[in-house]
Design a protein around this ligand. Structure first.
Ligand code: DX5
Ligand code: ZN
Length: 231
């Protein structure tokens, strides 16, 4: 099942509850919360108090993407604030296995995130522990960047590993996902699509943009895998 995880980083923070409600009416089923600390990435966003404020206004799961150093120190705070899923960067975790276990021990679904320069192979040992793998298709830190096509091979590789290893983790992709890139990531095997500016900064309502985005994503799926060129 293809799901839209809309990123509130691109929303109008002065009207966050309305923006979330609109994206949900348009078919978004996961709220993607981009947490940045000014150290792991060159930008600062928001943290557990914003998660806590959103929790009572929606039933959608809160997917917290931690772009922070030392995520272990903040996992209890995110759990207390009401997060459902926590994604930590492979590059930020010296003891990745321990961190993923800590997330699970706090009753949340663990996920691992890889930057564009990090290979899928570095995750093989932890794949049985995760709810999803998040493949970054931009260098993290900012919304509105251009999609990096190198993400496609990584998604495809993860889909192969999932099959070969008999696992059922989901494959999430994040960064530059919009009308012109959504078909390629869906066809490569992604099933949790993060989109921020495509949903919240398009000059239309988030309900309309979310609906159109999902129509395009599902149409790409029904077309199926591209057929190999005859040699
Ligand atoms: C980037 C964040 C993304 C970002 C996506 O560091 O992790 O979730 O908000 O924004 P768009 O969809 O605008 O690329
Ligand atoms: Zn993100």
């Amino acid at each position: 099942m293809i799901e839209l995880a809309f990123s509130i980083l691109a929303a109008d923070f002065a009207h966050l509850a309305d923006q979330i409600a609109a994206a949900e009416r348009g078919g978004g089923t996961i709220i993607h919360v981009d947490v940045m600390d000014g150290h792991f990435v060159p930008n600062i966003s928001f943290g557990p108090p914003v998660v806590k404020a959103i929790r009572p206004i929606t039933r959608l799961p809160l997917d917290c993407h931690l772009m922070i150093e030392n995520p272990d120190a903040f996992i209890p705070d995110f759990a207390a604030a009401g997060a459902d899923m926590i994604g930590v960067h492979q590059e930020a975790c010296r003891h990745l296995h321990r961190t993923l276990q800590l997330i699970a021990d706090h009753g949340m679904r663990p996920a691992v995130v890889i930057n564009p320069a990090t290979p899928v192979e570095s995750l093989v040992e932890v794949l049985p522990m995760v709810h999803h793998v998040l493949v970054m298709s931009v260098n993290p830190g900012f919304g509105g960047q251009k999609f990096l096509p190198l993400a496609l091979d990584k998604i495809d590789h993860l889909a192969d590993l999932r099959r070969e290893m008999g696992l059922n983790f989901r494959i999430e992709v994040d960064g530059g996902i919009a009308h012109d890139t959504v078909a390629s990531v869906v066809q490569a095997g992604a099933d949790m699509l993060v989109a921020g500016s495509a949903i919240f900064s398009a000059g239309q309502s988030a309900e309309q943009t979310a609906r159109a985005f999902l129509v395009a994503a599902r149409a790409a799926l029904s077309v199926g895998e591209p057929v190999a060129e005859p040699s």
